[in-house]
Design a protein around this ligand. Structure first.
Ligand code: KIV
Ligand code: ZN
Length: 388
């Protein structure tokens, strides 16, 4: 049996919680279809009890998506859970994801509940959800800042009630990779029935470590589900980014040894769709999906890539949905890259002297203009012809 990593996308739920990123039902449906094309295992479509609009969106997605499990979030109470179950009725595979905070700070200040009350509520919520659907995920919110002894008690109890996935959120992005990985490992080792559930990681990016923490949760902790969003969209500094975690696990399969069902060729389209829908621009140097992720500007790099792509590329641009890598011609470019572009543009030059003269004009122009486009090259080539 292969060891599979489940990709749980929460762009439409946690991603949408990003201020200014709210989406209409139709927009959510379009993104859900793209996520299905990407072959994500689970789509968290929304929080049905939070509004009628979100209920309708989850319902529409549940009715339209066949290949991915569709999940609805709910607090740990009967009303929320019933609403989620109702919205998921038409799903080929539906999951209820119920959560309650377990950190001392959240229990005391936010919930104003004692640990014993939270313990009881978590158990009852999972029991209630399991009577409605077979696939139930439980999250102890702010799990990483919870007391490990208490957390073990809660998680053991909810597994006994039938939770099929246990997700351990680093809700505020406080974790450090090694510590988070060991946290998950310790929970799994200490909870006697831990093997009855799939363990999941859910990391926020407040310290820029959401992807690293998630990877540690997988490698050290043995988690087999990762919760993530397209472009890392999410509350505050965002969530673990899908494109980064997927490409890390795929590119370093030698290290992680895990299979995924993702069709990575749809990643760039998914990134563009989410960016256009929300208006959240993707920074040019963003890993995998940024405009410069596969662009080469320096002469040494361009020369290397033209000789063998592996010299400066650890992934193929085409594998994530770019049409090709990009040699950006500018003042740092070398003669080799320039000559290659002439060939690609169908420009034939008889002599090396002609190429050298055109290259000199190109360098002059590049000192004045930060990026040289194909039109510029064609113009400077014809300039040379007229000056003969
Ligand atoms: O960050 C978090 O704790 C969450 C939970 C609701 C899973 O998003
Ligand atoms: Zn979250």
């Amino acid at each position: 049996m292969t060891d599979k990593l489940i990709i749980f996308d929460t762009t439409l739920r946690d991603g949408e919680q990003s201020p200014g990123a709210s989406m209409t039902k139709d927009e959510k449906l379009r993104i859900a279809r793209q996520l299905e094309r990407l072959r994500v295992d689970v789509i968290e479509a929304g929080f049905p009890a939070s509004s009628n609009g979100d209920f309708d969106a989850v319902k529409a997605i549940a009715g339209a998506i066949k290949d991915s499990t569709v999940c609805g979030l709910s607090r740990a109470n009967d009303r929320d859970i019933s609403r989620a179950a109702e919205a998921l009725k038409g799903a080929a595979n539906g999951r209820i994801h119920t959560f309650i905070a377990t950190s001392p700070l959240h229990m005391e200040k936010k919930l104003r509940m004692t640990p014993d009350e939270v313990f009881e509520q978590a158990k009852l919520a999972v029991r209630f959800a399991r009577n409605l659907v077979a696939d139930v995920e439980f999250s102890p919110e702010d799990g990483y800042r919870s007391d490990p002894d208490y957390l073990c008690r809660v998680l053991e109890a909810v597994i006994n009630e039938g939770a099929t996935t246990i997700n351990v959120p680093d809700t505020v992005g406080y974790a450090i990779p090694e510590l988070y990985g060991n946290f998950i490992k310790t929970l799994r080792e200490r909870i006697p029935n831990s093997d009855r559930a799939i363990w999941s990681v859910h990391c926020h990016n407040d310290l820029g470590m959401a992807v690293a923490n998630s990877l540690a949760g997988v490698k050290i902790g043995g988690a087999r589900q990762v919760e993530c969003t397209i472009n890392g969209l999410g509350e505050r500094a965002g969530n673990c980014s899908l494109e980064e975690i997927v490409m890390a696990v795929k590119t370093r399969k030698d290290y992680f040894g895990l299979e995924m069902g993702i069709d990575t060729r749809h990643i760039v389209a998914a990134s563009r769709m989410v960016s256009q829908t929300t208006g959240f621009v993707v920074q040019p140097n963003k890993a995998v999906v940024g405009a410069n992720a596969f662009a080469h500007a320096s002469g040494i790099h361009q020369d290397g890539v033209l000789k063998a792509r592996d010299t400066y590329e650890i992934m193929r641009a085409e594998d994530v949905g770019w049409s090709a890598n990009k040699i950006v011609l500018g003042k740092l470019s070398g003669r080799n890259a320039f000559k290659q572009r002439l060939q690609d543009l169908g420009v034939t030059m008889e002599s090396e002297a002609d190429i050298n003269a055109a290259f000199a004009r190109f360098k002059e122009l590049a000192d004045r203009k930060s990026e040289i486009f194909d039109e510029d090259i064609l113009a400077l080539v014809s300039e040379g012809e007229f000056s003969h």
